[in-house]
Design a protein around this ligand. Structure first.
Ligand code: SAM
Length: 266
């Protein structure tokens, strides 16, 4: 990985430079209609047009359709440092980050909420299952051999898909909900079945003080991404925090992944 400067990353070719500086208007409302359009009707519907031999082939196509074929170069972040590297290397690093940290906390079954077509789940052994809002992603998961059911974070009854003795995890799906309170309230109703919860999620981190950090917080705001996952957890008296590591790795440096692990107090 080759270090690069923030000026090389946020230059005139990157549309986010002008949006973050307010030269170009940008504002999204991230409600369920936005998820329907952006994920169900666009991203996953397009992937359903192809036949894949393996779930890895499907992920490769997802990156390719997003303008990142495996042999291209991309910019990633580790903390506040930026690096240019091959897409394949970046993806390997990202997958390793998820795998190593799930292995550290996993007890029992593994459930990913907001799991898309189940790619992350496919990398683990044992009883691995997931829930996902997009009907097209659930159909794709069935074709690819992943156990994924329909699930909407906003519906209390859907959380009953969580089986006893489960470690729950999320990867860039809570980012899609501006307010995480509904998730933690609904998980609390299933707490007897949950061993611990591990998030790999971008969120607003008020403690960020660097230029890149402040831009990350602004990026979350403009996209109407999650603002409060960490504060909702830390303020809940029934929750024991196990680990918070911010800006662990960013496949997209403005939308970098934080590791947040916790469990309900017994
Ligand atoms: C950035 S993708 C991440 C998918 C998957 N976790 C991964 O890492 O490949 C965000 C996912 O969150 C899902 N999602 C967004 N809002 C949701 C909701 N209310 N309930 C369940 N899933 C939701 C989207 O449909 C999409 O699959």
């Amino acid at each position: 990985m080759k270090p690069i400067s923030i000026n090389d990353y946020l230059n005139h070719e990157n549309p986010w430079s002008k949006r973050l500086l307010g030269f170009t208007e940008f504002a999204k409302k991230r409600d369920i209609q936005q998820i329907e359009n952006e994920y169900n009707l666009d991203k996953y519907a397009k992937l359903l047009d192809y036949e894949f031999e393996t779930i890895e082939d499907c992920k490769r196509k997802e990156f390719e359709l997003g303008g990142l074929p495996m042999d291209a170069q991309m910019v990633v972040s580790v903390g506040d440092e930026l690096h240019k590297t091959a897409v394949a290397t970046a993806r390997a690093h990202y997958n390793h980050t998820i795998q190593a940290n799930i292995d550290k906390y996993r007890e029992g079954n593994l459930c990913e909420l907001g799991c898309g077509y189940g790619y992350n789940l496919s990398r683990f052994k044992g009883d691995c299952y997931g829930g996902e809002y997009s009907k097209n992603a659930v159909t794709l998961a069935k074709k690819l051999g992943a156990k994924v059911s329909e699930f909407n974070y906003y519906n209390e009854a859907d959380y009953q898909l969580i089986k006893p003795n489960t470690t729950v995890f999320t990867v860039h799906s809570i980012e899609q909900l501006p307010d995480a309170s509904v998730i933690i309230e609904n998980l609390e109703k299933q707490k007897s079945k949950i061993n611990c919860v591990v998030h790999f999620e971008p969120t607003v981190v008020p403690e960020r003080k660097s230029l890149l950090g402040m831009m990350r917080n602004k990026y979350m705001e403009l996209n109407d991404y999650n603002r409060n996952l960490i504060s909702v957890l830390v303020q809940n008296q029934n929750i024991e925090m196990l680990e918070i590591r911010t800006d662990l790795f960013g496949l997209m440096p403005l939308n970098s992944t934080n590791l947040i692990a916790w469990r309900f107090k017994k």
